[in-house]
Ligand binder design. Structure first.
Ligand code: PHE
Length: 342
């Protein structure tokens, strides 16, 4: 009997070495230590032995059971450790990898130019005043001295809505009326930035939608010299002291006298090119002294008050500043273009 037990132990231990998986280990346990496993059966068989053999056989059988149980537990621990190591290796998270940074947005080039304009005029005491993009015919035209059938309306091809008299503003000048009525009767200085809309052919110089920044200063001794001074300071701040500008006599129904300001074309340096219509100059703004009728419409007495006004196109300014040949690039959402201003 002791010999059989010895063989059983050797066989069981050898088998255990072969058990590589939890399933094989469990099968081994059932086969040897389970309720009808070999070791259990041997222990039960001891009762059938002749009495003189029982003590030695019993002792040995118990020893074998203990040894095998210990060996089983050791094997089980070894397999668990190996399984854990394997899963740690397989699911390893390499924390040394650089993270993926979320990509940051940036300001559109026109927003950047607008902010620069706000800063420059801010230094000259101008506040930003917001006025609506959807206007009525009265404010966009009539209050600005442009009656219904006036030929000057041809200067602003208009998007009308299906509501009679409601339109998308063609310029920021109706904001002059809103600002005057808000500040009246005090003197004030504001700029009015925002989008404008024109029903026109799209070209390298003009778009359906574009920005304007209107400027308006109302006070008691404002003259044409102030207008020139403000605009000259602005252009030099914006483009550098070497930039040339010229005032060209012009006509707007809401200013008298009126002028347009041109800056020498940055693309051709004044030689003449497609951008500047071969004139060497780019028109960047319209301006003038506020017309008495407009002052009156805003609530000011034209005998006591005068005002200067101007309206500039930030896209044109950006084209000049960065040498951009086509206005359509700004709003066609081509990231290759826009990223250059990140
Ligand atoms: N509103 C004019 C335009 O859109 C520009 C302008 C503004 C002219 C203020 C004079 C004074 O063309």
């Amino acid at each position: 009997m002791t010999q059989e037990l010895e063989q059983l132990r050797e066989r069981a231990l050898a088998d255990l070495e072969q058990a590589e998986t939890p399933e094989a280990l469990e099968a081994w346990r059932v086969a040897y230590l389970g309720r009808s496993g070999e070791v259990t059966l041997s222990l039960r068989g001891i009762g059938q032995l002749p009495p003189e053999e029982r003590p030695a056989a019993g002792q040995m059988a118990n020893q074998v059971r203990l040894q095998l149980t210990e060996a089983y537990e050791t094997r089980q621990a070894t397999l668990e450790t190996a399984a854990l190591d394997e899963s740690l290796r397989a699911e390893a998270l390499d924390v040394r990898l650089p993270g993926r940074p979320p990509s940051l947005g940036y300001l559109h080039v026109i927003t950047q130019v607008l902010r620069e304009i706000y800063t420059i005029f801010g230094q000259m005491g101008f506040h930003v005043y917001r006025s609506p993009e959807v206007e009525d015919d009265v404010t966009n035209f009539q209050m600005l001295n442009i009656p219904p059938h006036h030929p000057a309306r041809d200067m602003w091809s208009t998007f009308h809505t299906t509501d009679a008299g409601v339109l998308l503003r063609t310029h920021t000048s109706p904001g002059q009326i809103h600002a005057m009525r808000a500040y009246h009767p005090e003197p004030f200085r504001v700029i009015l930035p925002g989008k404008c809309y024109r029903y026109e052919q799209v070209t390298t110089r003009s778009e359906h939608m574009f920005y304007q920044v209107e400027g308006l200063a109302i006070g008691q001794n404002i003259t044409m010299a102030d207008l020139k001074g403000v605009l000259e300071s602005f252009v030099k701040e914006m483009f550098g002291p070497e930039r040339k500008l010229r005032f060209r006599a012009s006509y707007f129904p809401f200013t008298e006298p009126s002028a347009e300001v041109d800056v020498d074309c940055i693309l051709c340096e004044g030689e003449g090119c497609q951008l500047c219509k071969h004139s060497g100059w780019l028109e960047v703004l319209g301006c003038g002294m506020v017309h008495p009728t407009v002052l009156r419409n805003g609530g000011y007495d034209p005998e006591a008050y005068t005002g200067l006004a101007f309206g500039m196109g930030p896209e044109r300014l950006a084209m000049l500043k960065y040498g951009i040949p086509d206005i359509r690039l700004f709003y066609s959402n081509d990231l290759r273009f826009l990223r250059q201003f990140a």
